[in-house]
Design a binder for this molecule. Sequence first.
Ligand code: NDP
Length: 448
Amino acid sequence: MPELHDSLSPLFDELLARNPGEREFHQAAREVLESLGPVVAMHPEYADAEVLRMLCEPERQIIFRIPWVDDRGRVQVNRGFRVEFNSALGPYKGGLRFHPSVNLGIVKFLGFEQIFKNALTGLPIGGAKGGSDFDPKGRSDAEVMRFCQSLMTELYRHMGEYTDVPAGDIGVGGRELGYLFGQYKRITNRYESGTLTGKGLSWGGSQVRTEATGYGLVFFVQEMLAAQGGSLDGMRVVVSGSGNVAIHAIEKITQLGGTVVACSDSGGYVVDDQGIDLDLVKEIKNGRRGRISEYPEARPGSRYIADGSIWDVACDVALPCATQNELDEASAGALIRNGCTVVAEGANMPCTPGAIRLFAEHGLRFAPGKAANAGGVATSALEMQQNASRDAWPFDYTEARLAGIMRGVHERCLTTAETYGSPGSYVAGANIAGFTRVADAMLAFGVV
Ligand code: NDP
């Protein structure tokens, strides 16, 4: 593990002691702190004002009970979370995740990452994350609705256009956001579009928001390749997951001339050397809420592998788009042996620290999620702009804005990495550029 700067080591020890058992939060914080050595050396004012100590402590953490009644009339009780981590740059902003693995440590890691990601977009949004250990898999629409209504019955009091603006994440898509917004509107008796993003197009949503994280990821990869004189044309790409981010990444890669040869879900992965049939994936995952294992039935020549790693499939570009820590050192080794040269994170923190170290040692270009998947939250901010001005922009215009933002994020990463002595490192660039923007605002505000 790389050493921390002398002044950051005690801070990290304190973070471990104050947040016991929150493994993912420790991992996310460590990764940022490892990049900040040159910054604290150059700018002692950040340490003097304890900006980092404040940044590592969420401004507010809300944990609440979510009782609801299932289709058999039985009472179920889940736990809800909202960690409002930092509001130095704007209202708290970040998605809600519904997955049985959700706990405080996961929400804190996601909220912490979100601070820097949001800062990196250059837009006026703070960092937050939330969700519940509720598992929507196998639940009826009516059960999902009752659960969402119960969650919102507590969460609404913490939300607001200028306070906290949630969105979707794993397990929270158009259906869930509809139920959430409906209940918010009912309880408050106000049509406040700007309090939630990822809304449907007929009720205040933005064009391109659904596509934004996956499209933005591919725009970022395009920039990474262009920086070395390359393009996606003819590239063989592996994308893990088959949810919102993965589906739209596959769509944009295909539009730009690349071939996606594998994708997955939590049960296993499919390999299709002809190129993944995206309409089929959408039909299986979105249409019938089925499993990716159903893919080969309709696609002769493709195969499904239940036990194994999608990262064993040879590719030029790898895009992990499922979940945290899904690509470990062994997977990184397989990618390197098979000739992969670019890895960009569509998911949040999908690559383990060991995998990232291997990429660096072998000269792969690696983009962390807080840069590469920033297109989702950036387009959420564009949705907020449209809501505030009672406007609705066309698809092409909104997509062009997204592409411009991703170019800006890419540029900011590279110039910042250069300035602080790590040329070419997207990890250093993203962490430092995100941090300095937030830290400067916090310095201006004093001890609050
Ligand atoms: P979805 O719920 O739409 O899709 C998640 C996909 O990942 C599904 O294919 C799911 O498989 C798979 N998956 C989930 N958990 C696991 C697991 N433990 N092991 C293996 N596979 C798993 O979520 P999104 O596409 O929205 O999110 C994917 C990632 O992208 C997350 O890390 C999220 O935080 C990040 N992200 C999302 C943004 C957005 O705008 N949606 C914005 C920025 C980042 P299965 O169907 O079997 O559950």
